[in-house]
Design a binder for this molecule. Structure first.
Ligand code: ATP
Ligand code: MG
Length: 241
């Protein structure tokens, strides 16, 4: 017997409605916070400009103002990611060639990778079936995974992207040879706000998973400390129910 809790379709619908309502409220709240935050940021900026070198304790004031500015920026980043997270369920599906989308992204990402001393490598299955995806959201998936990979390879490395098909699904592997994850991180990486980074919001992977699941797809991960990490995304091929 399965020990998973089985929800009736009524219960599932109610759960989804409640979730949608909370997501809208949370997105609205994030927006409400962004306005006063930008006023604070702007005024701190003006204060910074008013500090003169010959004022008593000018150095200390500058450091404090810097800290406030940095924290305002950090809060703003978190709110932006949160708004994206709350929106990740709304889809505009277009029948697409995933090879082309991956290729576009890698071209766009090339400069950032080069800057971080990362070599990009790709292998495409030329007979890949089409998928139905939201282009902006899928780009966000590549972006979040590629940024994580770069951050896991502070001394440079290789980021590999493979496309292939298996049964009735299109698969994309995103592989890095970075520092990998320990067991605790592997267990928690998809939890909202879980991060091992000093300034991480911990919304990158939850957003990725939410986007993939809203496309009826799945995401899995294999990772080993010191060896690297492989994320595998699977999306249903078009024409298959
Ligand atoms: N490719 C990877 N290699 C090693 N660890 C990873 C990798 N991808 C994710 N992680 C781990 O999973 C955690 C959660 O990732 P997630 O993208 O959700 O948040 P974050 O990167 O910490 O913050 P944010 O994406 O909001 O900047 C990371 O803090 C990191 O510990
Ligand atoms: Mg991240």
């Amino acid at each position: 017997m399965s020990n998973k809790t089985q929800l009736s379709s009524d219960e599932r619908q109610r759960f989804q409605d409640q979730y949608a309502e909370i997501a809208v409220l949370a997105g609205g709240l994030a927006h409400e916070i962004k306005n006063p935050l930008s006023t604070i940021g702007l005024n701190v900026q003006l204060m910074a400009e008013d500090i003169q070198d010959d004022m008593p304790r000018a150095g200390r004031m500058r450091r404090r103002v810097d800290t406030i500015q940095r924290e305002c920026q950090h809060l703003d980043d978190i709110l932006n990611e949160f708004v994206q997270f709350a929106r990740a369920g709304e889809l505009e599906l277009v029948e697409s060639d995933l090879n082309a989308l991956v290729q576009d992204f890698l071209e766009f990402f090339e400069a950032e990778a080069k800057d971080a001393n990362i070599e990009l490598s790709q292998h495409q299955d030329p007979n890949l079936p089409k998928v139905r995806v939201d282009h902006l959201l899928i780009r966000q998936v590549w972006m979040n995974l590629a940024r994580n990979a770069i951050q896991a390879m502070p001394d440079g490395g290789v980021l590999e992207v493979l496309t292939r098909s298996e049964d009735e699904n299109v698969l994309v592997d995103i592989i890095d040879n970075g520092r990998g994850m320990d067991e605790r991180t592997r267990e928690r990486m998809f939890q909202a706000f879980f991060s091992t980074k000093a300034s991480g919001s911990g919304l990158g992977l939850p957003t990725v998973r939410k986007i993939i699941e809203s496309h009826q797809g799945t995401i899995t991960c294999e990772s080993e400390v010191g060896r690297g990490t492989r994320f595998t995304i699977s999306l249903p091929a078009v024409g298959v129910e």
